[in-house]
Design a protein around this ligand. Structure first.
Ligand code: INI
Length: 158
């Protein structure tokens, strides 16, 4: 017989830390608002959500690792905005943020929603931060919530 294991979009009772970058704050504050609203709309309590601000996307992994190691959170959400510049700097910042966050989630087994925009233009970022292409902060928050339940269901299925 086949088995199907799925998560669910229920944030009731979950403690979530949102790590958000100040760089391109005009965009990241909208990602943050989207993440908070999605969590609360799905049952999280405002007092169970912790906001942690870092200078830029580069600093997201270290803050996420520190938060994961406290064992105080069921899930993390990392939010940032990397926009293509004149040099290749953005490639290193965006690539290392992604790699570092992936390393942290795998090393700690805590779900981390990845809400770091990597765009060519400011317009593309605006579209993804509550504009015509949705809010990637909300999507990242709900992906983290789904993964909390998925990991729990996998463990129970063993
Ligand atoms: N940080 C970002 O979050 N987005 C960017 O687009 C960006 N660019 O392109 O420079 C950026 N740089 C700062 C970086 O994240 C660090 O904060 C900085 O290098 C200090 O460590």
């Amino acid at each position: 017989m086949s088995a199907t294991i799925r998560g669910k979009d229920d944030a009731t009772g979950l403690r979530v830390a949102i790590v958000v970058s100040r760089f391109n704050e005009f965009i990241t504050m909208k990602l943050l608002a989207g993440a908070r609203e999605a969590l609360i709309a799905h049952g999280a309590k405002a007092e169970d959500i912790t906001e942690v601000w870092v200078p830029g996307a580069w600093e997201l992994p270290l803050a996420a690792e520190s938060l994961a190691e406290t064992s105080r959170f069921d899930a993390l959400v990392c939010l940032g905005c990397v926009i293509r510049g004149e040099t290749t700097h953005h490639i290193h910042v965006g690539g290392e943020a992604a790699r570092g966050i992936a390393d942290v989630t795998l090393a700690t087994n805590i779900p981390i929603g990845f809400g770091v925009l990597t765009t060519d233009t400011l317009e593309q970022a605006v579209a993804r931060a509550g504009g015509k292409d949705g809010n990637k902060g909300a999507d990242a928050a709900m992906a983290a919530v789904e993964m909390v339940h998925l990991l729990s269901a996998i463990r129970k299925s063993q």
